[in-house]
Design a protein around this ligand. Structure first.
Ligand SMILES: C[S@@+](CC[C@H](N)C(=O)[O-])C[C@H]1O[C@@H](n2cnc3c(N)ncnc32)[C@H](O)[C@@H]1O
Length: 583
């Protein structure tokens, strides 16, 4: 059954029908509901009271739900809310004040009423009026079923969390033990931008983006992150805890920013939640818990909501480094530094339909299925992330046209030196012109990025940025031409095969794999980025490896790939990595 778009049980309808009969005075009706259930200002206006009496006397109609995407509406089921409250209760949490910043239908409020015996006041804030009603109806239903339960003073406030004065609330309850509990909206500012929604903080600078930038989606951030940070900022000096369901990326950002923010929070934990089961969505989210009013801490323990007693790994700051597994990081910390060689990202053209070619029966064919004729000079074999599975590669499935030797180079020469290639590129000029990224603005025709001397190095050691496989690949020339990589890959380029193979062995060594596993995050968009790879101090890695171990690995490679390499150039390799001494 629904009233005002809110679900309501038969027992609550019967109760309201019997008890509000004849009540026309707002004050009397509100007193009755406060005395019976602790709910303050149940009706905001006399009209609301009249409308409710009217509605419950009629047949109840179901209203179809409006689109609530902009409100990031994923209501927590009561079972999950109870699980969360139970975890807190088991940690001896005895809150006197409960704050549910975006309370929805109120399941966290019901779970709190069930778990915590000391509550004096509850504040629930919700923007969507039908949920405000439903939350109030649910509280009545709870007390009709559990008449003996403690009845704190309850305020369910129809307001936006962005306008609500939490500072005042903190001021009024300074001496009390508080619990901030809930599940803030699951929506990002750029989603709101594309929905033309104004459900955003106004006039507030967040992560260096002002209100307008936030609306236009410049710099993507999660609304839940804004709400959580705001609450921590406001309540950090009060006794108590904060427990919110948020995306894992939000928790990671909070711990990452903690080095600058130094909020008074400690015992930071995240409990994994199965979002498919609980919310029927494929999102990585967890319960984020921290203790307020404490000496700032900079790490987070990863636990499981369904097995809360199992010990988990910890991520966060170790001195000046942010790592994904603090315990394993300690074993490999010595190689965390700066790579002596510069990692590069592969070629970017944003034009795969015409720049990614297959070779069929000796002809190049583009993604538009056009058979094309090109001079060979500018055509290079191309490897994509999915090609980097083996340890050594010297053949490509795909080809690409490398129009420049370095970024910004004039491309007029193609017209004179390679007329067929020029004709093909010009024919598809409109596809180049449609590229969205502003990096192509005011650049020569057919410009590409991620190209330089390094692209033409014959030997490369590469990894896919997208895949979670901690395995590096040696890339050899194809028909004496260097193979190119696309922009989902990162690589180091070498002139000497030996140097490339030594690097391959170091990067695939157990120490390096463990190091990378300790600093990369499985939920990151790209597991490997230039920043991550630049942290591998290859010189330290080389100095720490046993030469006998290296020789064994080299023998394996020699045998498997028919090489005949020795460690004769090892010293040269080490010297190449050593910084040049001046003076
Ligand atoms: C993810 S749901 C969770 C609801 C509830 N906390 C729970 O756990 O079941 C997010 C809630 O935030 C509400 N909401 C969205 N924007 C809001 C705003 N600006 N102020 C207050 N509530 C908001 C939505 O209507 C929705 O009820």
């Amino acid at each position: 059954m629904q009233i005002f778009g809110a679900n309501i049980t038969d027992s609550v309808i019967d109760y309201l029908k019997c008890n509000l009969k004849g009540y026309v005075c707002l004050k009397k009706a509100n007193n009755l509901l406060f005395n019976s259930f602790g709910i303050l200002n149940f009706f905001e206006t006399e009209e609301e009271l009249k409308n409710l009496i009217n509605a419950i006397s009629k047949s109840y109609h179901i209203i179809s739900q409006p689109d609530r995407t902009e409100y990031g509406d994923f209501q927590t089921n009561l079972n999950l809310a109870n699980n969360v409250a139970e975890i807190l209760a088991n940690k001896n949490s005895l809150p006197q004040i409960i704050i549910e910043p975006t309370c929805g239908k109120g399941n966290f409020i019901l779970a709190s009423l069930q778990q915590f015996r000391n509550i004096e006041k509850i504040y629930g804030i919700e923007i969507y009026k039908p949920y405000v009603w439903e939350c109030k109806f649910n509280i009545i239903d709870f007390y009709l079923k559990n008449p003996k339960e403690n009845k704190p003073e309850i305020s369910i406030i129809h307001n936006s969390v962005f306008d609500y004065n939490f500072k005042q609330l903190a001021k009024e309850n300074t001496e009390k033990e508080i619990l901030i509990i809930g599940n803030p909206p699951w929506v990002t500012n750029s989603q709101l931008g594309s929905l033309n929604s104004s459900n955003l903080p106004k006039k507030r600078n967040f992560k260096n983006h002002n209100g307008l930038d936030a609306i236009t989606g410049k710099g993507n951030f999660d609304i839940a992150e804004f709400i959580t940070i705001n609450l921590i900022e406001t309540f950090q000096k009060m006794k108590g805890q904060l427990a919110l369901l948020v995306k894992n990326s939000v928790i990671k950002n909070i711990v990452y920013d903690q080095r600058n923010n130094k909020f008074g929070i400690s015992e930071i934990k995240r409990y994994y939640i199965d979002c498919k089961k609980e919310f029927n969505v494929s999102v990585e989210a967890s319960l984020f818990i921290c203790k307020l009013n404490s000496k700032p801490e900079f790490e987070c323990e990863e636990l499981n909501l369904y097995q809360p007693n199992n010990v988990g790994k910890r991520f966060g700051w170790v001195e000046m480094k942010f790592v994904s597994n603090i315990d394993t990081y300690f074993n490999t910390q010595q190689i965390d530094g700066i790579s002596p060689f510069e990692w590069r990202q592969g070629i970017k053209h944003d034009c795969s339909s015409i720049m990614e070619l297959d070779k069929v029966n000796g002809h190049y064919v583009n993604r538009l299925k056009e058979e094309i004729k090109l001079e060979n000079d500018l055509v290079y074999g191309l490897l994509k992330s999915s090609d980097l599975k083996n340890t050594v590669i010297s053949e490509s499935r795909k080809y690409t046209i490398v129009t420049q030797k370095k970024v910004g180079q004039e491309t007029n020469y193609i017209k004179y030196d390679y007329p067929k290639t020029y004709e093909y590129l010009t024919k598809h000029q409109n596809i180049f012109n449609r590229r969205k990224s502003s990096i192509y603005n005011n650049k020569p025709l057919f410009s590409i990025f991620g190209v330089g001397d390094y692209s033409f190095k014959p030997y490369k050691v590469a990894i896919s940025g997208l895949y979670k496989t901690f395995h590096f690949t040696l890339v050899l020339p194809q028909n004496e031409k260097p193979l190119m990589l696309d922009d989902t890959c990162y690589f180091l380029g070498f002139d000497k095969l030996e140097f490339a193979v030594y690097t391959l062995l170091l990067l695939n060594s157990e120490t390096n794999v463990q190091f990378l596993q300790s600093i990369t995050f499985s939920d990151a968009k790209r597991t490997f980025t230039k920043d991550v790879l630049m942290r591998i101090d290859l010189l330290k890695l080389a100095e720490n490896i046993e030469i006998s171990e290296l020789q064994i690995k080299l023998n394996e490679i020699n045998e498997f790939y028919n090489f005949n390499l020795t460690l004769d150039l090892w010293e040269d390799y080490i010297n190449e990595m050593k910084p040049i001494k001046t003076g």
